[in-house]
Design a protein around this ligand. Structure first.
Ligand code: FE
Length: 187
């Protein structure tokens, strides 16, 4: 189906790009994140969201050290528009909310904040820093907030250099099914 073809092509062309400030590529990061989701028993939609949460990074041509230059690339917005073309909110929303989920987790879990990588601490500041108590309450009440928080923890774990995980084709069936489900949904 169209989504898988487009995504596989994006991975082939841009997947070798560095994952911002980390020692793994965008492809390695995405595939590790999806694998974490599978191992954690996530439903298919959330596995797809994990695989595609940073697809926005592959859709533009910004330099890879963009966070260090003090610019927030807003990759989650570009990614959202792309994902909404093919998938329902159960895929696009957890992906869209994964940056906010980091700000949320920093507010409610001190151990989470302490364990962030240096690059992730830098980008946190650009993303607005930890939420305050009101913001955290409002975030937790949003649809798909729990999914976004789960995704965020896999995201943070998906930075292991040289880890062997399944390739993109392992997810074709899930992506095709999610796309079919979405196009069958009344608009
Ligand atoms: Fe990520």
């Amino acid at each position: 189906m169209e989504a898988y073809r487009t995504i596989a092509a994006l991975f082939a062309v841009r997947g070798g790009d560095a994952y911002y400030g980390e020692a793994v590529s965008q492809r390695e990061h995405a595939l590790q994140c999806a694998d974490e989701a599978v191992r954690d028993g996530a439903p298919d939609a959330l596995v797809a969201a994990a695989l595609l949460h940073d697809i926005g990074h592959l859709l533009h041509q910004l330099p890879e050290d963009i966070a260090e230059q003090g610019v927030d690339a807003r990759h989650e917005a570009a990614g959202e528009a792309f994902l909404r073309r093919y998938f329902g909110p159960e895929v696009s929303e957890p992906a869209r909310l994964h940056v906010e989920a980091k700000r949320y987790l920093c507010a409610v879990d001190p151990r989470y904040r302490a364990a962030l990588s240096p690059a992730s601490v830098r980008s946190l500041e650009l993303q607005g820093g930890a939420m305050d108590a009101d913001q955290a309450r409002a975030f937790a009440a949003r649809p798909f907030a729990d999914d976004a928080v789960r995704l965020r923890r896999w995201d943070d774990a998906a930075k292991v250099v040289g880890k062997a995980v399944p390739e993109i084709d392992a997810y074709q069936e899930i992506l095709d099914r999610m796309e079919r489900q979405n196009s069958a949904r009344p608009k």
